[in-house]
Each structure stands twice: as structure tokens, then as C-alpha cells.
Design a protein around this ligand. Structure first.
Ligand SMILES: *Cc1c(COP(=O)(O)O)cnc(C)c1O
Length: 395
């Protein structure tokens, strides 16, 4: 009996121990290559189509940690939300399924509040607030995430329009932060009008977390809800975002999504890995030496520019967008009779060459556009080298 137990014990333990030893020795499989999907160097930027940004080891460690424990999801969301709110001077916060997910759950929350009957009724808006105010110049593709709840977008242009349009049907007033200067009403004006009419204001600042003060600026300004993408410059999980603002609205937003089954945004699920990963990525982002990082971006831009300018007729310009993607965009032009390639030809050759490099989708017939903020150490040198090789073969 005792020898049998011993035998069973060792037999049960052995395969486990052996396979554990094996897996730790095995190298991580080259999954992407095995699938025939080729990774590239990202000289484009934080584009969702290109998987946007990379998470740090600390963030990945947090995700792995989370993956090994069961917790009550609502309690984790409470705790993570409270920490994010504290870090960003918001009254309350939650982790959403990206900024687009934040727009959907935020809108739903503005419509229903905590009224269970209304929550169950969505997307049927009969008898509920069903209009969202927006400046004509702030219409954009992402407002589909607001319309997803079924609301009608009411386009306005002036303050008088806002006064006229705001009423008992108005659920929310949407502001597209990047277009702050493109409408007649700016961010502060929008907040003022919202408060005057008791209409919650929502600022989509998804791609706008530089300079770093911006992360808390719009809460302080008085917007009722603010969203940032988690997976762009913040380098959190690509599928995560931050929704923050008024406590009652965050609570209402949360009631309209997972883990609650019978809700309009049940599909916009966020699990513990994204919640913890988002928090840790944010903490890291706030601790970064942003000035040193900016200097490194300048160095990379300079290195690539110098390599390109060794070739005849090449000129360069550096554009730093004021609000969204506030990072240097290097734009290269040349006389296509001196270097016999168009910028689109160069883009194609960089992508198809070795290593593969993606430049920004805004590259056009006249100029090649790149950013350097998503490059890993040493990759700016590779970009400069590939560009030189391509130019050299075409002069
Ligand atoms: C990227 C982006 C979104 C969507 O963000 P996700 O985190 O990918 O859902 C929404 N609005 C703006 C302005 C964006 O740039």
C-alpha cells in the first residue's frame, strides 16, 4: 500500500515535472512567422490597424499576474477606477473597451442614469432622452460609437444654436478634442453651455495625452466625461481605454455593460487583465521622463533626416500636431527626376524589404511621412539604413 501510494505519487508528479522542465527550456514559438504574418518596424504611429503601441514588461507582468487569479470583476473595476481617478484628478473612472467603447457606455449612462427599466430598454429610446448635441465641425467617424446607442446627432454651430437645441430630449453634448479650434465653440465654452443647460458634456481626447498634463486637464476644466485610448501613447492594452468623470455617470455607464448580461453594451467586455494592465500602464506613463523621451525622438528624427539628405534634392519638414499625436512627424520630399521613386514607391519598398518598415498612412504622392515614437531602441538606425539603400538604388 505504502509502496503503491509512493508509486502513484511519483508517477503523478513525474510527467508534470518533466513537462514543466521542457516548457521552461523551450523557446517561445515564432507564432507570427508560423502563421505567415510578418511583423514590422513601426515608423507610422499609433494606428489601430497597425496594432498601435507596445506594452512594457511591467504592464505585461501585471497582465500575467492578473491572469493567474480569480477576483470579483466589479470589485476590481471599483478599485482600479478609484486609483485612476485619483491619478488623473477625476471624480470617478473606469476601464472601458477602448475609447470607442467609452463613448458607447458613456452615452448609454447619460441616457439611462441608474434606472434599471431604461437600461433594459436600450437601444429602444422611446420615452427616453435620444439626442446628442455636436458641433458640425466635430462630426467624425468615431461618433458612430455614440450613435451605436441609437441617438440622433443634432448638429449645431453657434452658442445660440446650443441654447435653442438643448432640451428635455438632450442626453449629452459631444466634443471632439482634436477639433477644439475648428468650431465656433471651444472646450471651455462647451463646458459652460453644458452646465447652463444641465447637459452632460463628453470630451473625446483619445489620442491627446501629450503633453502629459492633458490627461487631467479636461476633468479640471469641468467636462462631465472624458475618454483617452488605453492602447495608443499610453501603451496599455490595445483593447482598453479610460472613461472618467462624474461619479453618477460612471456608475450609470458601468450598469450598461459587462459583467451585466442584459445590457446594450454587454459586448464591450473588459476583463481583469485589461483593467490591471491599463492601471499599470498609466502609472508608468505618468512616471516617465517625458522630456528625455522628447529629446530621444528629436535625435531619431535628426538621424533619419541626415541619412535622407545625403541624396540629391531631398528636403525635410517636421510637423508636431498641436493636439492629437503631439509628436514629431518627419516629412521628406525630393525631386522625383533626381530620385526616381515616388513617396508611395518608397513606402512600398520599405514595407516589402528587410526588415519590414511601416511609415504613416498619410504618406502621399508628394511626401513620405514618418513618426519615431513607436520605434524600439536601435530601430531608427535601421530605418535610416533602409531609406539610404532605397534612395541609393534610385538615383
Ligand atoms: C483612436 C480614437 C478613438 C478610438 O479609440 P480606441 O481606444 O481604439 O477605441 C476614438 N476617438 C479618437 C479621436 C481616436 O483617435
Amino acid at each position: 500500500m505504502s509502496s503503491r501510494r509512493k508509486f502513484m505519487g511519483s508517477a503523478a508528479a513525474l510527467p508534470f515535472a518533466a513537462s514543466a522542465a521542457k516548457t521552461t527550456k523551450l523557446k517561445t514559438p515564432d507564432y507570427f512567422r508560423d502563421l505567415g504574418v510578418r511583423p514590422f518596424i513601426n515608423a507610422a504611429g499609433t494606428y489601430t490597424m497597425l496594432t498601435a503601441s507596445l506594452m512594457s514588461q511591467e504592464t505585461m507582468d501585471a497582465i500575467e499576474y492578473a491572469s493567474k487569479h480569480f477576483v470579483h470583476l466589479t470589485k476590481l473595476q471599483d478599485a482600479v477606477g478609484a486609483r485612476i481617478a485619483q491619478l488623473l484628478s477625476a471624480e470617478s473612472a473606469m476601464v472601458s473597451s477602448g475609447a470607442a467603447g467609452a463613448m458607447t457606455v458613456g452615452t448609454a449612462g447619460c441616457i439611462t442614469g441608474k434606472d434599471q427599466k431604461a437600461i433594459l430598454q436600450l437601444p429602444d429610446l422611446t420615452g427616453l432622452k435620444n439626442e446628442v448635441l455636436v458641433q458640425k465641425s466635430h462630426r467624425y467617424g468615431y461618433d458612430h460609437a455614440v450613435r451605436a446607442v441609437g441617438v440622433k446627432m443634432v448638429e449645431i454651430e453657434t452658442e445660440e444654436d446650443f441654447h435653442r437645441a438643448a432640451g428635455p430630449r438632450t442626453a449629452m453634448a459631444l466634443f471632439f478634442n482634436d477639433n477644439n479650434k475648428k468650431g465656433q465653440i471651444d472646450d471651455k465654452g462647451w463646458v459652460k453651455l453644458g452646465k447652463q443647460h444641465n447637459v452632460p458634456t463628453f470630451n473625446d481626447a483619445s489620442a491627446d495625452c501629450l503633453p502629459v498634463e492633458r490627461l487631467s486637464m479636461y476633468n479640471k476644466m469641468g467636462f462631465d466625461l472624458v475618454t483617452f485610448s488605453g492602447g495608443k501613447a499610453l501603451c496599455g492594452p490595445q483593447s482598453a481605454g479610460i472613461l472618467m468623470g462624474r461619479k453618477d455617470l460612471i456608475e450609470a455607464a458601468r450598469l450598461n455593460t459587462s459583467p451585466y448580461s442584459d445590457t446594450v453594451a454587454r459586448g464591450l467586455k473588459v476583463n481583469k487583465e485589461e483593467m490591471l494592465g491599463m492601471l499599470v500602464a498609466l502609472e508608468q506613463y505618468l512616471k516617465r521622463d517625458h522630456a528625455a523621451e522628447a529629446r530621444e525622438w528629436d535625435r531619431r528624427v535628426d538621424l533619419i533626416t541626415k541619412a535622407a539628405k545625403k541624396f540629391p534634392s531631398v528636403t525635410s519638414a517636421i510637423d508636431v500636431p498641436e493636439i492629437a499625436n503631439h509628436t514629431p512627424h518627419l516629412k521628406l520630399r525630393w525631386d522625383q527626376s533626381k530620385i526616381k521613386l515616388s513617396p508611395l514607391d518608397v513606402k512600398k519598398q520599405m514595407l516589402e524589404g528587410e526588415p519590414s518598415i511601416e511609415v504613416t498612412p498619410s504618406t502621399n504622392k508628394e511626401e513620405l511621412v514618418m513618426t519615431v515614437w513607436m520605434l524600439k531602441p536601435g530601430e531608427a538606425e535601421l530605418v535610416a539604413r533602409r531609406l539610404s539603400e532605397i534612395f541609393k538604388a534610385a538615383v
